[in-house]
Design a protein around this ligand. Structure first.
Ligand SMILES: Cc1ncc(COP(=O)(O)O)c(C=O)c1O
Length: 402
């Protein structure tokens, strides 16, 4: 063992992690994480033993692996190389960046847009830079870690509220608004653990009444919710300008990598010139920019992909319900959790399903509470009904056997 490795071996967190890995290896002989896939991560996946029916990808619309998207990425590499080799503010800008930003702004109904190199970084630097010590940030207790990290970086006063509880938001605004300069309320368009949605109209109204900014993270709702896939506002029949800060990722329905903020021109220009995670970081690579742009154009041309995703999600919920599983049959989202409880049992069920040709990831602590382990099914537009039926049949057989 090298000296530096032994130094970290003494760290309490390292010891705890090693213990958890050892326990899992003893119980199941493997850990279900970091398994490389040998092709596109879509409705099917190859982990080395041939194709499995896959429920572990947020390639919601089947656009990762789409020939037009791959061709656009290759053409961008041929023209610009593999990196823009500088921050955009100096010499890293390429015309594709603005093309993508303008088309994204137009799609979500905002004045302007800025793309960042990662969705995670988008939240951290945007929230971290826009708010400060004199401000207050209210955020859903189930917020993605990138939102929480942004609130910490900002040094604003932070108050989490109970998941999806708009009345708690109103109460906090009523009690605390006046003590702070600016106030931000952050929610997600579609929560990635349980697949549920916030009440946008009610939040919008509360924020307007109390002079607070509303930020919606549409990582999982862009390309997924609304008839054309424009996200939560479209799903709720509201204007694309319902949120003051509209955040999205390029890594899910848009088959690329990166994140964006859409909103009014002043907000976007402020971030473009001053957000540290933007100006002190390289510009989005040519291939990723071109891939996201091609994917967005296909999404606009083929909204039937969004409808197919919705139909598949409905079908899967119905099949699960008919098989006796506790799922929300009225739910609209393609994220469908099944509560298992014990984390080791959950990993075992996931492993047994893998042996039966079904790939679904277990979600365990710390992503969920210790006894709240779940199997999380991500549905794709490209799943066939036969695949959905096979998965539910195998799930029922596995749970009966274990
Ligand atoms: C709600 C939410 N926001 C932000 C992110 C970060 O996005 P990315 O993976 O594109 O960095 C994720 C990632 O899963 C997410 O679920």
């Amino acid at each position: 063992m090298t000296r530096s490795a032994s130094r970290f071996a003494r760290m309490a967190g390292v010891r705890r992690l090693n213990q958890r890995i050892a326990t899992q290896m003893e119980l199941a002989g493997r850990i279900p994480f970091f398994q490389p896939h040998l092709g596109v991560n879509g409705a099917a996946i190859d982990l080395g033993q041939g194709p499995l029916i896959n429920f572990s990808s947020y390639n919601y619309l089947g656009l990762c692996g789409h020939p037009e998207v791959s061709a656009a990425a290759k053409a961008a590499i041929d023209r610009y190389g593999t990196s823009v080799s500088a921050s955009r503010i100096v010499s890293g800008e390429i015309p594709l960046h603005r093309e993508l930003e303008q088309e994204l702004a137009d799609f979500v109904g905002a004045e302007d847009c800025l793309v960042f190199v990662g969705g995670y970084n988008t939240n951290v630097t945007t929230i971290g830079h826009l708010y400060g010590r004199r401000d207050l940030i209210l955020y859903d207790e189930q917020s993605h870690n990138s939102i929480v990290s942004g609130t910490l970086l900002s040094r604003a006063e932070r108050k989490p509220f109970r998941h999806n509880d708009v009345h708690a938001v109103e109460r906090l605004l009523r009690e605390h608004r006046k003590q702070y300069g600016r106030v931000l309320v952050v929610v997600e368009g579609l929560y990635s653990m349980h697949g549920d949605l916030p009440d946008l109209a009610h939040l919008r109204e509360a924020c307007q009444r109390h002079d607070a900014d509303l930020m919606v993270d549409e990582a999982h709702s862009l390309g997924v919710l609304g008839a054309a896939g424009r996200g939560l506002a479209e799903h709720c029949g509201l204007s694309g300008r319902s949120a003051d800060i509209h955040m999205g990722t390029l890594s899910k329905a848009l088959a690329s990598c990166g994140g964006f903020i859409a909103g009014d021109a002043n907000l976007v220009q402020y971030l473009r010139f001053l957000a540290p995670g933007f100006i002190f970081s390289v510009g989005l690579p040519p291939a990723d920019t071109a891939a996201a742009l091609a994917a967005l154009r296909i999404l606009r041309r083929e909204p039937e992909r969004v409808e197919r995703l919705r139909a598949n999600s409905r079908a899967f919920r119905r099949l699960m319900h008919e098989a006796g599983f506790a799922v929300d049959v009225q739910g609209v989202s393609p994220i469908i959790p099944l509560h298992i409880g014990d984390q080791y049992r959950c990993m075992q069920v996931s492993h047994d399903l893998l042996e039966r040709g079904i790939h679904v990831q277990p979600v365990i602590y710390p992503a969920v509470p210790q006894d709240g382990a779940l199997l999380r099914f991500f549905i794709c537009a490209d799943h066939t009904l036969a695949q959905l039926e096979a998965a539910v049949g195998q799930l029922a057989a596995t749970l009966t056997a274990s």
